[in-house]
Write a protein that binds this ligand. Structure first.
Ligand code: ADP
Ligand code: MG
Length: 348
């Protein structure tokens, strides 16, 4: 049995599927007044502000943003055994438990997307993510036995998670329920940083955490932010297209960066909670544009699970700007939703 590992969690996210591209100009553009890159949540982040308000220093802002990101890490990460989320996962208490407002916001949005996607998106997929070797526990690099999948599926289902946003309490009605916020927490972190920048008076910024992006205003060349969508190929990093955008968030999900292969079969890190299997279809990448990065992040994963036909129906029905990339015998084919076309036309 040949096992081939391509990219795994921690290293993977540095190679995110959307990234920023520069422009060739005769004279170099002015440096960003804030240019902050580091690591968080088992991934990397990049924060750029074209200009800072007079009384705001980059050093102060960095400290403030680092505190925000560290707090989110200690609340939402499954890679931190002591995080608020990890403690909830480890507990087998089936009565109501108090949570932070941050955890509540993310879980509430996750549950909304689960309903919308009829369970294709489901944060209670955590035990399956671990069984398949894509979680915080060590990677197995083999497809699990059908019996193991079936046994674990009994412990999965967003219907087993109840939330009370007013009282800031959540409840699992089966002791084994465990949550994985990897497909939504990065987006939320982007939004929180963006809001903090706005509160500090920053008008022109780009925030990226693990490939999820939110932009506002203009870049250091006085134009919109150029965000590149990658061609969905595993071995090379080639541009599919460049989006000049502003005042919006963008998230891409794909099956071509984080996966392992056994005997020529690719097992992606996105799992269909209803079958317990990793996704297998011709939809290889989904990009979603949305005012918040949290929603874009979750929707992109939900659409990947649904597959092209169902995802397109839902995206049109909900008026979501999405670009689907399909793998066909003649190459990659782009399928935009009506809202995507509207947005791209309006904003260019
Ligand atoms: P991508 O950029 O491909 O969307 P993300 O890191 O944003 O990658 O989301 C993928 C992660 O989400 C997986 O590694 C796993 O932890 C989790 N996940 C997998 N399947 C699902 C699902 N059906 N619903 C919600 N989360 C999922
Ligand atoms: Mg995502």
């Amino acid at each position: 049995m040949r096992i081939q590992l391509r990219y795994i969690g921690l290293i993977f996210s540095v190679l995110s599927s959307i990234f920023i591209v520069g422009c060739d100009t005769a004279s170099p553009p002015p440096a960003y007044e804030l240019n902050y890159t580091d690591g968080i949540m088992g991934t990397s982040f990049s924060i750029k502000a074209t200009k800072l308000p007079v009384k705001v220093t980059a050093a102060e802002l960095k400290l403030q943003l680092k505190t925000i990101l560290d707090n989110l890490n200690s609340q939402l990460s499954t890679y931190e055994p002591e995080s608020e989320l990890s403690k909830f996962n480890q507990s087998s208490i089936t009565t109501w438990q108090s949570v932070s407002s941050q955890l509540m916001i993310v879980v509430q949005e996750a549950q909304r997307i689960s309903l919308l996607t009829k369970g294709a998106f489901d944060i209670s997929v955590a035990p399956l993510v671990n069984l398949w070797g894509f979680g915080s526990e060590s990677m197995s690099f083999t497809a699990p036995a059908l019996e193991s999948i079936q046994a674990i599926q009994q412990n999965i289902g967003y219907q087993h998670l109840h939330i009370d946003p007013t009282l800031l309490q959540i409840q699992k009605d089966i002791p084994e329920l465990s949550l994985d916020l990897s497909s939504i927490a990065k987006g939320y972190a982007v939004d929180q940083v963006a809001l903090a920048l706005e509160a500090a008076g920053v008008q022109d910024y780009l925030v990226e955490v693990g490939g999820e992006i939110r932009v506002k205003g203009l870049n250091n060349q006085g134009s919109k932010w150029n965000i590149a969508i990658e061609k969905p190929t595993a071995n090379q990093r080639i541009l599919q297209k460049v989006l000049p955008i502003s005042d919006i968030a963008v998230a891409t999900s794909g099956d071509y960066r984080n996966f392992f292969e056994v005997d020529g079969i690719r097992y992606s890190h996105t799992i269909n909670p209803l079958t317990g299997q990793t996704i297998k279809h011709n939809l290889v990448s989904v990009t979603v544009l949305n005012p918040t990065a949290m929603t874009a992040d979750a929707l992109a994963t939900g659409f990947m699970v649904l597959g092209f036909e169902q995802a397109l129906l839902l995206a049109e029905q909900e008026q979501i700007a999405a670009l689907f990339i399909l793998k066909t015998s003649t190459g990659f084919v782009e399928k935009p939703t009506s809202m995507w076309l509207n947005f791209i036309q309006e904003k260019l």
